[in-house]
Design a protein. Structure first.
Length: 124
């Protein structure tokens, strides 16, 4: 379910502060408070619900975006599949990106739509 044709590499450019996680490290858990989304600068992240893997995301993908849209707790758990470098994007930064780059909002909506369709196929 990787969104490989939607490149969020612009969010992970040089000079942007990053956070690292080692393979196997939990980035966030289902039910955690949520106030940022993440862009993957390098490595891979698995999105899990219980013991089921919903998605494996490569570099230049985003995850955790629902947090900035519906202000609800995390709906799944994110685990570093490999060592990863992440860029955290706050709600303020997200709103700035949406206001300055309307296509960015469309890209995020496309990710959400693809993930919803994939979830519907899996659980439907």
């Amino acid at each position: 379910m990787a969104d490989t044709d939607i490149d969020f590499g612009l969010l992970t450019g040089n000079g942007i502060a990053t956070r690292s996680a080692k393979a196997g490290e939990i980035i966030f858990k289902e039910g955690d408070e949520a106030n940022q989304l993440f862009a993957i600068k390098s490595g891979e992240v698995a999105i899990q619900l219980g013991n089921r893997t919903l998605a494996e995301l490569p570099a230049n993908s985003i995850f955790g975006e629902m947090a900035l849209i519906d202000d609800a707790p995390r709906s799944a758990t994110a685990v570093a599949k490999t060592d990863v470098e992440l860029v955290a994007i706050s709600e303020k930064q997200f709103l700035f990106l949406v206001s300055q780059t309307p296509f960015f909002a469309l890209k995020v909506m496309r990710v959400l739509a693809r993930r919803l369709r994939a979830t519907n196929k899996t659980f439907g």
